[in-house]
Design a protein around this ligand. Structure first.
Ligand SMILES: [Fe+2]
Length: 266
């Protein structure tokens, strides 16, 4: 399995506080069967040259340690760009593995900005593919998941947190993560690990849950094949998403039809 969303560089965001925590998280990941991970620290406002250099230096230090300790895990550098920092993505650190293709984009947690469709379109115009990080945790999307359909239609891909699918963020978020799978709108599952205590680097439980409900091919797709392609900057051909309202219409049609017949004939 390959993890495309992980906060591993110490002291740069709300991830690990020191190198000891970073290495402990990586050991958990290796034990879990994760063979590669992208270090995606938060970029909240602006990706300054200083922040970029700090990411790069700490990443190189981590790579050396992992090699020296023979930990057996591949590392790549990227970042998690907050929505309002997303225009500043000329830097290589803004895209996964600096490939200039896939950008991990975090929406605000409560609202969906009105211009999100336009922003995604603008990112796509520059030849980049936005991957929306954990949309299942956004409060507006929990109420109106159909908003995501338009974004996927405009070319966005979606990344769900492993913990969302296995119930770590509560029942509502698990339900939405499951619905998104049912509607063919999940393209990646990642850990979004932050520390050894909260949100560890574990993907195997999600792999098992996906395999059980949607089949092993689906688990391979979202936990190995698509992550590998995104890191290599290769094209991903996602399945056609199923609109939410269509499913609701179909369900209503099934349940309401007999009542309609009854009232019209009675
Ligand atoms: Fe994150």
């Amino acid at each position: 399995m390959i993890d495309i969303h992980a906060h591993l560089l110490p002291g740069v965001d709300d991830g690990p506080e020191n190198w000891e925590e970073t290495l402990s998280m990586l050991q958990t990941g290796v034990m879990d069967g994760i063979s590669g991970v992208v270090c995606t620290s938060h970029v909240v406002d602006y990706l300054s040259k200083e922040l970029e250099n700090e990411f790069k230096e700490k990443f190189q230090q981590l790579k050396k340690t992992v090699k020296r300790e023979r930990m057996g895990i591949s590392l790549w550098l990227g970042s998690e760009m907050h929505y309002y920092a997303s225009y500043n993505h000329r830097s290589k650190v803004a895209t996964l593995n600096g490939n200039g293709k896939y950008i991990l984009l975090e929406l605000p947690f409560i609202e969906i900005p009105n211009d999100v469709g336009e922003t995604i379109f603008q990112i796509a115009l520059k030849g980049r593919i936005p991957i929306i990080a954990h949309p299942e945790r956004n409060l507006t999307i929990i109420r109106k998941p159909e908003l995501l359909y338009e974004l996927v239609q405009r070319g966005a891909l979606l990344q769900i947190n492993a913990g969302s699918l296995t119930g770590g963020f509560g029942r509502n978020i698990k339900r939405l993560a499951t619905q998104l799978f049912d509607h063919q709108m999940v393209h990646f599952v990642a850990s979004d690990c932050h520390s050894p205590r909260s949100r560890p680097m574990i993907l195997s439980k999600a792999y098992g849950a996906i395999s059980k409900r949607w089949g092993e091919d689906r688990a391979e797709q979202v936990l190995r094949i698509n992550p590998h392609k995104a890191i290599m900057g290769e094209k991903i051909y996602p399945p056609e998403p199923i609109p939410f309202d269509e499913r609701i219409r179909r369900r209503r049609g099934r349940f309401h039809f007999p009542f309609f017949r009854h009232s019209s004939t009675g």
